[in-house]
Design a protein around this ligand. Structure first.
Ligand code: 5GP
Ligand code: ZN
Length: 137
């Protein structure tokens, strides 16, 4: 997956908080730092496009985050060229939940923007499963 034409590392990172922007890497973004190995995480899966790791504050017995390696601030910043990436994340979620022993269903959530409750402005899909009760939801 390549960044949008005309956007490159450096120079424009202040714009990255704006939902319409995507870039290779935002040096101020906590999930970009996880991708770069600058902040540790409990990794579940990694390939050239996607990283999956355990949420630091799980709501459910299994709670992982799937993120594109490309810095896309939110779902509101998705472009047509990101369709395959999102498809890949959607296919990966059930596979990883199964590998983590989740066998009775799971919930996927993508929070978008302030009213969507988004806290980290690097697109991520929550996948939550395991026996209830859960902390939230
Ligand atoms: P949001 O509210 O943006 O949809 O979800 C952000 C999620 O990222 C939260 O569930 C939060 O617990 C998780 N999170 C925030 N910072 C870190 C971190 O440094 N490491 C990990 N593993 N998860 C984080
Ligand atoms: Zn990022």
């Amino acid at each position: 997956m390549s960044p949008r034409p005309g956007r490159s590392e450096g120079g424009s990172h202040r714009s990255a908080q704006h939902e319409g922007y995507s870039m290779t890497h935002d040096p101020n973004c906590i999930f970009c730092k996880i991708i770069a190995g600058q902040i540790p995480s409990k990794k579940v899966y990694e390939d050239e496009d996607i990283l999956a790791f355990h949420d630091i504050h799980p709501w459910a017995p299994v709670h992982i985050l799937l993120i594109p390696k490309l810095h896309i601030a939110s779902m509101a910043g998705l472009q047509p060229e990101h369709a395959a990436l999102l498809g890949k994340m959607s296919l990966l979620a059930p596979r990883l939940m199964k590998e983590l022993g989740v066998s009775n269903g799971f919930r996927t959530v993508i929070n978008t923007g302030p009213d969507g409750g988004q806290e980290v402005y690097h697109l991520h899909m929550h996948a939550m499963g395991g026996p209830r009760p859960w902390l939230k939801g």
